[in-house]
Design a protein around this ligand. Structure first.
Ligand code: NAP
Length: 286
C-alpha cells in the first residue's frame, strides 16, 4: 500500500484566494486594515524565522504586520506592560507572542495578560478553556485547526475512530486531541513518559505527531491503512524533516500529511483567518 498524500499547499492556496478576496473588500480605506502585532523578546533565530514566515503570510493576504522587538534582558513586568499597550491599542487586532522567550520570562504568566479577543494563537486560558469545554472560543490554535481541516477536506470519518496524539503542548498536541474528541474520536494523548509508544501509536486509526524529533515515527509504528498527520518541522542539514520517517510510514499508512507540503503551509493561512475574524469582531461588528 502507498498512502494518499494530503496536499497542504493546494488547500492553503485555495484558502488564501478566499481570504485575499475578503481582505481586499476591506482595503477601500474606510476601515483600518487587519493588523497583527508580533512580540519578540531577544534575538532567538527560530523566533526570527517564524516572524519572517508570518510577514510573508500577512503580505500574501494584504494584512499589516507590526513587529514589536524587545531586548533580551527585558523584565517580566516590562514585557507585560508592552502586551497591555497592544491590548489597548485599537489599531492592533491580533497579538502573538513569539516563542521561545528568554528563560527568565514566565510565558504562562505572560499569556494571562493577553486580551482573549486579540489572542489569534488561541493560547489564552479563556480560549483554551472554551475549546476544552466546547463553548466556541474566539480562536482555535492555527496548526491543529489546519490539521483537522486537511483531514475533513480528505473526507476522513472521525466518529468512533481510535486517535492517538503524540505531544501535549498547548499550541499543537492538546488542542488537536480536543478537536478530535469533539469529532467523536476515542482519544489517547501520548508524551515523553508514555510506556511502549510504538504499541500505543499502532493502536491508532488516526495518528497525529507533534513532537519535534525528526523521523522518530517509522512504518512499524503504524496500523495498516491509518491516517497519519505529521506536524513535526525540524530544520536539519538534509533539509526540513517531519516527525515521521516519510518512506516507511507512507508504505503502511492510508493517508499521510507529508513534510514539507502538509500541515505547514496551512498553519499561516489559518492564522490569517483568525486575524480576519478578530478584525471583524473588533472593528466591523463593533
Ligand atoms: P513542544 O512544546 O516541544 O512539545 C513537544 C511534545 O512532544 C511534548 O509534549 C513532549 O512530551 C513530547 N515529546 C518529546 N519527546 C518525546 C518522545 N521521545 N516521545 C514522545 N513524546 C515526546 O513542541 P510543539 O510546539 O508542540 O511542536 C511540536 C512539533 O510541531 C515541532 O516540530 C514544531 O516545530 C512543530 N510545529 C509545527 C507547526 C506547523 O505548522 N506544522 C506549528 C507549530 C509547531 P512532554 O510533554 O512529556 O515533554
Amino acid at each position: 500500500m502507498s498512502a494518499k498524500l494530503l496536499n497542504g499547499r493546494q488547500l492553503a492556496k485555495q484558502l488564501q484566494t478566499e481570504l485575499n478576496q475578503r481582505f481586499s473588500e476591506l482595503s477601500d480605506g474606510t476601515v483600518a486594515l487587519p493588523t497583527l502585532a508580533a512580540l519578540q523578546v531577544g534575538g532567538d533565530a527560530a523566533a526570527k524565522g517564524y516572524l519572517r514566515s508570518i510577514r510573508r503570510a500577512c503580505q500574501g493576504v494584504g494584512a499589516a504586520l507590526r513587529p514589536v522587538e524587545m531586548k533580551e534582558d527585558s523584565s517580566q513586568r516590562e514585557v507585560e506592560e508592552a502586551l497591555e499597550a497592544l491590548n489597548n491599542d485599537e489599531s492592533v487586532h491580533g497579538i502573538m507572542v513569539l516563542e521561545p522567550l528568554p528563560d527568565h520570562i514566565d510565558d504562562s504568566l505572560l499569556i494571562d495578560f493577553l486580551d482573549p479577543a486579540k489572542d489569534v494563537d488561541g493560547v489564552h486560558p479563556q480560549n483554551a478553556g472554551r475549546l476544552a469545554s466546547q463553548r466556541q472560543p474566539y480562536f482555535v490554535p492555527a496548526t491543529p485547526a489546519g490539521g483537522i481541516l486537511l483531514l475533513e477536506e480528505a473526507g476522513v470519518d472521525f466518529k468512533g475512530k481510535s486517535a492517538v496524539v503524540i505531544g501535549r503542548s498547548d499550541i499543537v498536541g492538546k488542542p488537536m486531541a480536543l478537536l478530535l474528541l469533539h469529532r467523536h474520536c476515542t482519544v489517547t494523548i501520548a508524551h515523553s513518559r508514555t510506556v511502549d509508544l510504538p504499541a500505543v501509536a499502532r493502536s491508532a486509526d488516526i495518528l497525529c505527531v507533534a513532537v519535534g524529533r525528526p523521523e522518530m515515527v517509522t512504518g512499524e509504528w503504524i496500523k495498516p491503512g491509518a491516517v497519519v498527520v505529521d506536524f513535526g518541522t525540524t530544520y536539519t542539514e538534509e533539509g526540513l524533516k517531519g516527525d515521521c520517517e516519510g518512506a516507511s510510514v507512507e508504505a503502511v499508512a492510508g493517508m499521510l500529511t507529508p513534510v514539507p507540503g502538509g500541515t505547514g503551509p496551512i498553519t499561516n493561512v489559518m492564522l490569517m483567518q483568525n486575524l480576519f475574524d478578530a478584525h471583524r469582531r473588533l472593528v466591523i461588528s463593533k
